[in-house]
Each structure stands twice: as C-alpha cells, then as structure tokens.
Design a protein around this ligand. Structure first.
Ligand code: SUG
Length: 458
C-alpha cells in the first residue's frame, strides 16, 4: 500500500533512476495479481503473502521519535525524511528475497526447511525479517513438515538475500538423482579482494554456506559461485538479474559469474544427463541490457505438456535485442522452452523487481512424475491438494481468492503516492484497517506489530 519510489537501493539501477517518481500502488498490486493468475493458468499452484505493515512505526520509535503515531510521522518527515522513506518501503513485495527454501526430499530430516533472509545490507529491507518469519509460520502451519528458521544474525560477514541468489536444479529425467543447490554470492568476506568497486555486494559466501547448513543440505550437492564484480557494478545486485533455473534448465548470461566454465562443469556433473545450460553471450545482450530489460528475471515454468514457458517482463518484448534472444531460445529445439509469456509488472520493475522477484519457490512435490510421498500432477510434478495439507488454506491462490484480493486492493490501495504522502497519519490508519480486514478475510492469526506481534525478533 506504500509502494513508492524512494531510490533506496544502491546498485539497483531501476531504484536509483526512478527515485522521486510518483508511484501507483493500486496498479502495482493488481499487476501482481494478474501475474499470479497467468502463472496459475500454466498449472502452477501458488500461495501468497499479505503485505507487511508500513509505515514501520516501531522502527521510527527505535530511532528515538516519540509521542502519538501522528507525532512520530511528523517529526520523522521534518527531521529524517530518508529514514521515513526507509520505514515506508514496500520492498517485501519481492518474495524471492524473503527466504531460501530446501524441500523435504533434499534435507537430512526429510522436512522442508526455510531460512528467512536477513537482508542486512539495505536498511529499508533489514526491517522485514521478523514479520516475514511470522507470515511464513502462519502460512506453512504444519511444524512436522515445515521448519521456518530465524534469519542469520546480521553480522558483518553474513549478508543474506534469500532465494534471489539460490537456484535448485534437478535431473528431470531421473527422479533418483539428488537435486543440486546452486548458491551465488557477491563477496567472500574472508578473501574480500575480489569485490565490486562501485556498488555493494549484498550476499556473502559465509552466509550462503551457513544457509546451506541450516537447510540441512548435503554439501556434496551444493555448488557455490561468485558473482562477477563488474556485473554488480553494472547493476546486477542479485544473481536473479542474470540467471534463472528450473528443473534441469539453467538460463544465464556469459558474464554472470567468475570462473564461469568451472561453475557450469560442476553443475553439469551434479545435475545429471538432462542438464541443459542456455548461455546468452555479451554480443547478443550486454549486461546493461540485461539489467534494463530483466530478461533473466523471468519465471521458467514447466507446463502440463512437459515443455517450459518463459514468463518475461513486457520490457523484454519492447526491446529489439532482448526479444530476439527470447525468440532464439524459444526456437532452439535443444531446450524445453517452447513458449514466451509477456507480463506487465511495470510498477515493480521501476524499483528493480521482475516476475522472478515476485515469487518464492517452495517445491512441495517429488522431482518427477513418479509421485511417492504426496500426490502430484503427473505431468508437471506440481503440487496437488494433498501437498497443500499443512498450508493455510486462506493463502492458497485460486479464482475466488483472486477476485477477493482484487476487491480488497480496489477498496484500500491509493491510486498514486508521492514522497510527501508517506507522512500522512491517515495513510497509516488506512493501511492498518486494510491489513486487519485482510487477515480476517484470510482467517490468519495476528502477524503484525499493530496486532501485538513483536517486530524485533525474527
Ligand atoms: O532489494 N528494490 C529491491 C528490488 C529487489 C528485487 N528482487 C530480486 N532481484 N530478487 C532491492 O533492491 C527499491 C526500493 C526503493 O528504492 O524505494 C528496492 O528495494
């Protein structure tokens, strides 16, 4: 509801370039729902998270502002407008940054493990984890099936940005082959000489390794790779700006990582015979072009016919070279990508988030069609209703929910927001009323600070 362009994310070109622009919160939310509907039509079961509470009054109070909520907003607006903007950010819309997930079939105790991301490198995002954890616990209710871990302690060498820097690959043709977890980091805090010169490297190797441990993964099935520091300096603040994977397929830019050949070899060895890497060379698309169009921030979705759809932002469609690359990939019979679907998620894109940022994958079904533990759609391996046991039904997306969410958005979301509007106490009251209405409608327990949940511990 406070979706706005405050230019808060250094190294994220869209955030920087759109700072101060008038935002359209209602359009942003409706674009997100339309994208979910399009992905649902491809056969993917989806859940959704309600928004977080913003403005984050508790965070402003921690900075010493006192008095009524209206006083706190007025003082912050007058004295620390940048802090107010940070406390109004709606960056939690990018659920790829909420957490990293390992499904039950990959973990030592055969439960699904989820590590909330600490997002420590950006102040406006570092306030998200406690509410994110409360939400994940409220959505994934079955503690025998799901463990939602605290975010890693926000120590200097422990920057973690969640699934934006993690890809799970598996051999779609061989269900017995264990999945491979591909972790990409921006900096090794113990050997920091290889690092970007201009923009921050957000994810550390130390955090990626720790996440893999907490997820109870077998180290033999994990691959760690370093982002190319020059790419970070050109706006690749997360790996998902230059790479996307699904099942056995990995689509990536030639300049995504250091030691590129070694990375691809280790993935090929582990994933198995069906591993399919699709490289986009720099002469086809430069890193700045990848950053502007977000070709790689597409969703790769397996459809019931066994093929794959690339769900791209419409910015790709309107860019001659990026759309030519997408078509080239679609026409190449050596990979499974048979269809491209363009989606308008422009409001999110203007802050640096494409279709892939707007989702967090939680695999609930076995890797192939040979369902064993849970019933599965035999063609896609997607979750069916049996997989959804232990998940809060109110947050499962379907046609009825889509209609309810649309009506709720239409009722509560502002058409437009300027930076000035963020200090309006009426906006705070309205947002809390909207979240109360939504949590009641979805049958969710209290998850927000204004509902009495502590905002300080994740
Ligand atoms: O962390 N933008 C987000 C975008 C995150 C996109 N997610 C993935 N790539 N997975 C970020 O940089 C902008 C907020 C502002 O400027 O108002 C922002 O936080």
């Amino acid at each position: 509801m406070t979706h706005n362009y405050a230019g808060l994310a250094s190294g994220n070109m869209a955030s920087q370039n759109n700072a101060g622009r008038v935002s359209k919160p209602k359009a942003a939310a409706l674009q997100g729902v339309a994208k979910m509907e399009a992905v649902a039509a491809l056969g993917v079961t989806q859940c959704f998270f309600p928004p977080q509470e913003r403005p984050a009054l508790w965070a402003l109070r921690e900075h010493g502002f006192t008095g009524t909520d209206a006083d706190v907003l007025a003082q912050a607006h007058a004295n620390k407008p940048h802090l107010l903007a940070q406390c109004c950010s709606s960056s939690f819309m990018w659920s790829a940054n909420a957490a990293t997930v390992a499904p039950a079939q990959d973990t030592r105790d055969q439960r699904t493990h989820v590590v909330v991301a600490n997002l420590k490198s950006m102040t406006h995002r570092a306030i998200e984890p406690p509410c994110t954890r409360a939400m994940l616990n409220a959505v994934f209710t079955d503690r025998d099936r799901f463990e939602i871990h605290h975010a890693l302690a926000a120590n200097a060498d422990m920057g973690d940005e969640g699934a934006a820097n993690h890809t799970r690959l598996f051999d779609a043709a061989n269900a017995n082959q264990p999945a491979t977890h591909f972790f990409v980091y921006g900096i090794d805090a113990a050997n920091p000489w290889l690092q970007p010169k201009i923009h921050p490297a957000r994810q550390t190797l130390q955090a990626s390794r720790r996440v893999a441990e907490v997820l109870q993964l077998d180290p033999a099935h994990c691959v760690f790779a370093q982002q190319n520091p020059d790419a970070i300096d050109q706006g690749v603040f997360h790996n998902d700006v230059v790479a996307v994977g699904n099942a056995s397929t990995l689509l990536y830019h030639q300049d995504a990582w250091l030691d590129h050949d070694r990375v691809i070899d280790s993935l090929a060895q582990r994933v198995g015979d069906s591993f399919c890497s699709i490289t986009v060379n720099r002469d086809e698309l430069t890193i700045p072009e990848a950053v502007t169009t977000y070709l790689f921030n597409s969703q790769l979705v397996t459809t019931p016919d066994g093929f794959t759809t690339l769900v791209c932002p419409s910015e790709v469609e309107h860019h001659a070279r990026a759309s030519a690359v997408a078509r080239r990939i679609q026409q190449d019979s050596r990979n499974s990508i048979s269809r491209i679907l363009y989606m308008d998620v422009r409001e999110s894109m203007r802050n640096g988030g494409g279709p892939a940022c707007l989702r967090l994958r939680v695999p609930l079904a076995p890797n192939s069609g040979n369902a064993t533990r849970h019933a599965t759609n035999p063609a896609t391996g997607q979750a069916t209703s049996a997989n959804l046991a232990g998940i809060h039904a109110g947050c499962v997306f379907n046609k009825t929910r889509a209609a309810q969410l649309r009506a709720w958005i239409e009722r509560w979301y502002p058409e437009e927001l300027t930076p000035e509007d963020l200090a309006d106490p009426q906006l705070l009251i309205r947002n809390r009323d909207a979240l109360d209405a939504l949590t009641q409608q979805l049958g969710l327990a209290s998850i927000y600070p204004f509902q009495g949940v502590s905002p300080l511990k994740s």
